[in-house]
Design a protein around this ligand. Structure first.
Ligand code: F6R
Length: 273
């Protein structure tokens, strides 16, 4: 796991956008796994800027989002479908038939989950999966106790997640109780994973998933089993890491190696090396 600690949330979004843009430039038909929530918002803003300034095209890109609230139609302002259109898709040249956000209105979620997974396979698998992390350690909506082998399915949201997300709704009662979400197993199949965390309220979850045991109680900890994960943190989110100084030294060594054109982490996101 490559742990990169940057000064603030703005630097995190700039670095994340650089990584995503770098992949799309090298591989114009890249398949991106995307997240919603507050964390990736500024990254999407940076990608939009790159597109507007003529430096980046999404014309060949395919996307798959992690999750959606059950019961919210795409027109609902708090649906993740609406979020993605509003904060990314409508601002860039991506083709709408290549943007996949799970449906919050499926009839049969067992069958729907299978179809969503099949669509990911048909697109060739996810090159780069962007993730945030919940304060309870979840990735996507894989709440504590989710199987680390889980696939796209329905999941009940914890009280903690519903409270965290109630800031976007008029009241806690309006926050849906169920979501459809890619599973931990689905996420682990992405070729590269980029997890962003910013703010002091993520420090506990970050410490647990980076340095704690692999456990279904902190589903992000399953990322320890994946060979190519980059975690980009701002200083407040990195504050509880015990080996923080070591990660800074590793990163400095990595940068030094890159100047000599050697590396022990892949920088070619989206390729199979
Ligand atoms: C969203 C998602 C969630 C969020 C997490 C953090 O698609 O999958 O796991 O990444 O809840 O949310 P924010 O960024 O709002 O703190």
């Amino acid at each position: 796991m490559r742990v990169v600690i940057l000064k603030n949330a703005e630097e995190v979004s700039r670095r994340a956008a650089e990584i995503i843009a770098g992949l799309v430039k090298r591989r114009p038909t890249a398949v991106l796994g995307l997240a919603t929530g507050s964390t990736p918002l500024a990254t999407y803003g940076q990608l939009i800027e790159l597109h507007r300034s003529g430096q980046l095209s999404f014309a060949g890109v395919t996307t798959f989002n992690l999750d959606e609230y059950v019961g919210l139609p795409p027109s609902h302002p708090q649906s993740y479908n609406f979020f993605m259109h509003n904060h990314l898709f409508r601002h860039v040249d991506i083709s709408s038939d290549r943007c996949h956000v799970p449906s919050g209105l499926a009839d049969n979620y067992y069958e729907y989950g299978r179809q969503y997974e099949q669509a990911i396979q048909n697109a060739g698998g996810i090159d780069l999966q962007l993730l945030g992390i919940g304060s309870d350690g979840h990735i996507a909506f894989n709440e504590p106790g989710s199987s680390l082998a889980s696939r796209t399915r329905l999941k009940a949201l914890t009280e903690e997640t519903r409270r965290d997300n109630s800031r976007f709704f008029d009241s806690l009662d309006e926050v849906p109780k169920l979501a459809v979400t890619m599973g931990v197993g689905t996420i682990l199949e992405a070729r590269h994973i980029l997890l962003l965390a910013t703010g002091a309220n993520k420090a506990g979850a970050v410490r647990s998933f980076v340095e704690g045991p692999v456990t279904s109680q902190i589903t992000a900890s399953a990322l320890q089993l994946h060979p190519w994960v980059t975690v980009i943190l701002d200083e407040p989110a990195a504050d509880w890491l015990e080996r923080r100084q070591y990660y800074v030294e590793v990163e400095a060594a990595q940068r030094e190696l890159e100047t000599k054109n050697q590396r022990y982490y892949p920088v070619t996101f989206g390729t199979k090396d």
